[in-house]
Design a protein around this ligand. Structure first.
Ligand code: NAX
Length: 331
């Protein structure tokens, strides 16, 4: 029998955690044959709720779930984990300065990075979901120097999937026929959802989205702002932020990273920039990537027009600025 993979979910008593842990236990992250051990971390104030989630996991009698660790101890949570999904963080509350929120998250991600550095299994793969996701991932990388930077990523797959969803709705085509959209940059409202390379599989073969939609006004304006503002639209409708879609996209991110992307398709992941496409090195930026043998690589050689260039640079500039804000919180 296959060894169980240990998967850490931080902030597991929260809304995304509640949607995510049953998906992992059902095999939606690592496949229908892969046993898992769930490690769930939350803060002491949420310990009772966390234990309730553990009770429900037991009650659900998942065939793939080999055990559950529910703890408020970061070392216990991180010990031996192969995959770490970092959902816990400090939310921005009304009237709080951006710097204060940043400072709280910098100290959380610094401490959790150190615990992963010392106690995670070799080769541990990390996905940061909690906002500011790109910059939390960068801080985690800084304070877990023995974890290769290739193993530390952040979630922009939800934005990617939202972009697929909008094209699918617009064309009345099934979402699985749409591919190769790109989310560039920050998981924030400056992100740039790019359809210039996206295609739809039709009865007459693969066609560019630009040809099928044939409405540049919609593609260059409404589409972009709808994807950028989708999180806010969900909050307005649900009075709560996206949870099931975030959890599902987190599973997609890890599944494609570990098991590989389909032939001819790429996905968006926030990864440590190597300077590709003229994006400054040393920030965590969302790029189009393909994955094979457990490793992602940035898709190279895509043609970038002037419209895209401006938007890719604007979101890069925001990340450079976030990075200096985060570093100013370290002192
Ligand atoms: P919730 O507030 O429901 O849950 C967060 C949980 O984290 C709480 O249970 C809290 O006690 C716990 N927590 C706080 N500090 C912790 C610490 N130091 N260690 C461990 N646990 C800690 O938020 P939820 O709606 O689940 O969202 C979680 C995070 O995901 C937020 O930062 C949110 O902004 C972010 N999101 C990121 C998305 C993305 O695409 N990257 C999309 C969805 C979501 O908005």
């Amino acid at each position: 029998a296959m060894d169980a993979v240990r998967v850490l979910v931080t902030g597991a008593a929260g809304q995304i955690g509640y949607a995510l842990v049953p998906m992992i236990a059902r095999g939606m992250m690592l496949g229908p044959d892969q046993p898992v051990m769930l490690h769930m971390l939350d803060i002491p104030a949420a310990a009772e709720a966390l234990n309730g989630v553990k009770m429900e996991l037991i009650d659900a009698a998942f065939p793939l779930l080999k055990g559950v660790v529910a703890t408020t101890d970061v070392v216990e949570a991180c010990t031996g984990v192969n995959i770490a999904v970092m959902v816990g963080g400090f939310p921005r509350k009304e009237g709080m300065e951006r710097k204060d929120v940043m400072s709280k998250n910098v100290s959380i991600y610094k401490a959790q990075a150190s615990a992963l550095e010392l106690h995670a299994a070799p080769g541990c793969k990390v996905l940061v979901v909690a906002n500011p996701a790109n910059t939390n991932a960068l801080i985690l990388k800084e304070f877990a120097p023995s974890i290769p930077e290739k193993n530390i990523t952040c979630l922009t797959r939800l934005d990617h999937n939202r972009a697929l969803g909008q094209i699918s709705e617009k064309l009345n085509a099934h979402v699985s026929s749409v591919k190769n959209v790109i989310i560039w940059g920050n998981h924030s409202s400056t992100q740039y959802p790019d359809v210039n390379h996206a295609t739809v599989t039709t009865r007459n073969g693969e066609k560019p989205v630009r040809e099928l939609v044939a409405n540049d006004e919609w593609l260059n304006k409404q589409f972009i702002t709808t994807v950028q503002q989708r999180g806010a639209a969900i909050i307005k409708a649900r009075k709560l932020s996206s949870a099931l879609s975030a959890a599902s996209s987190g599973c997609d991110h890890i599944r494609d990273w570990v098991l590989g992307t389909p032939k001819g398709a790429w996905v968006s992941m926030g990864v440590y920039s190597d300077g590709s496409y003229g994006i400054p090195a040393g920030i965590v930026y969302s790029f189009p990537v393909t994955c094979k043998n457990g490793e992602w690589s940035i898709v190279q050689g895509l043609k970038i027009d002037e419209f895209s260039r401006v938007k890719m640079d604007a979101t890069a500039n925001e990340l450079v600025e976030e990075k200096s804000l985060a570093y100013s919180c370290l002192n």
